[in-house]
Ligand binder design. Structure first.
Ligand code: UDP
Length: 378
């Protein structure tokens, strides 16, 4: 019997949990692995419901979230706490996902402990360190330290080849977020109990109006950008034939800017963040999605929902090429023009409302688990 290998999986935020849970499941389906799941608690309130939905609690919950979570202090706390978990669990590989402070600090902890590092969703680049800040810098630093680089697309792999052609093993796997999305969409179709729970927790929607689903929380949009988005939404809502729902990210700056930008307007329905299954149901129900979220940019095309990306740059260019996603920035006039075009021009809408899968086929996690097994055995 070959020796079991320990993989320490570290995450801290909702998108990391959503994108790591399929990888954890794929690793645990192979008897070779002992998986230790470590949640740093960077966004504990958003992560716990995702873990419950997938039925895989964390083995370690570091509970590092504090009220005013400044990045340097958070990064230092994650580095120190994850280093202690590494000393205790002695993993053969540390696995991080994406570009958060948790991912960066855990990558550094692995590097300092001389433990091999795998990076899920490697190679994404906007080529602008300021947008998204600090994520673009975090990704570059993590990729630089990683031994195993799981690129979601050929484009991401090419970015890595250009930067680190001679070191690290680069494998194109697809994005594990599409695995999670398709799993939950399937469960919504086949599990009446889940459907009922989701139905109860969603806001009641008007069947006579088309749903526009909004999410926006990037630091690059704080202030002017978010204000522009709010202005566009107020004008859009005045048409009367659309219903706008915006689950607001709990970041205090986002909450206060959105509250100010929509003050006095009841036309846009602001809600608390919704659970992931609720989010999948809302995306499927939406006629149009306006977002600056990385994950939602990947999910909308797979669900055949047209999306307007409320940013000036993106590290996810693949869906732009297919025309189902457009990069529209945050100026109200442009957002309005693009939204109205899709709402009023049936031909343009039909062209944008078709499922395409530029980010993955739903089997990325299994490819990652297989590659880890090969690499650790080599
Ligand atoms: N999401 C969710 N509930 C919400 C908003 C988003 O479950 O109220 C999901 C969304 O479907 C996607 C992920 O959270 O899978 C995206 O997270 P976020 O936008 O916070 O981060 P990003 O992807 O931009 O890093």
């Amino acid at each position: 019997m070959t020796e079991r290998r320990t993989v320490l999986v570290v995450f801290g935020t909702r998108p990391e949990a959503i994108k790591m849970l399929p990888v954890i499941a794929a690793l645990e389906a192979r008897a070779r692995f002992r998986v230790v799941v470590c949640a740093t608690g960077q966004h504990r309130d958003l992560v716990s419901p995702v873990l419950a939905l997938f039925g895989r609690p964390a083995d370690r919950d570091l509970g590092l979230m504090t009220e005013d979570q400044a990045l340097p202090a958070l990064t230092a706390r994650v580095l120190s706490a994850v280093s202690a978990v590494i000393s205790e669990t002695r993993p053969d590989l540390v696995l991080v996902q994406g570009d958060t402070a948790t991912a960066l600090a855990a990558a550094l902890a692995a590097f300092q402990a001389r433990v091999p590092l795998g990076h899920v969703e490697a190679g994404l680049r906007s080529f602008d360190l300021a947008r998204p800040w600090p994520e673009e810098g975090n990704r570059i630093a993590i990729d630089c330290l990683a031994d195993l680089l799981f690129a979601p697309t050929e484009g991401a792999a090419q970015n890595l080849q250009r930067e680190y052609g001679r070191r690290g093993r680069i494998v194109v796997t697809g994005n594990t977020g599409i695995d999670a999305l398709l799993t939950v969409a399937r469960r919504l179709d086949t599990d009446p109990a889940l459907r009922e729970t989701v139905g109860h927790s969603l806001p009641a929607l008007d069947p006579a109006r088309r749903l526009i689903l909004v999410t926006a929380h990037r630091r690059e949009s704080f202030g002017h950008g978010l204000a522009g988005i709010c202005q566009a939404l107020v004008t859009l809502a005045a048409r009367g034939d659309v219903e706008i729902v915006w689950p607001v990210h709990p970041n205090p700056t986002v909450c206060s800017t959105v509250a100010t930008g929509l003050a006095g307007s009841t036309a846009v329905r602001l809600t608390q963040p919704v659970g992931y299954a609720e989010m999948v149901a809302l995306m499927r129900r939406a006629s149009l999605i306006l977002t600056d979220s990385g994950g939602v940019q990947e999910e909308a095309p797979a669900l055949g929902r047209p999306a307007l990306v409320l940013r000036d740059v993106t590290e996810r260019p693949e869906a732009l090429a297919s025309g189902v996603v457009r990069l529209v920035g945050t100026a109200p006039a442009r957002i309005l023009a693009e939204a109205v075009r899709l709402l009023d021009d049936a031909e343009a809408y039909a062209e944008a409302a078709r499922p395409v899968f530029p980010y993955g086929d739903g089997r990325a996690a299994d490819r990652i688990a297989a590659e880890i097994e090969r690499w650790l055995d080599a």
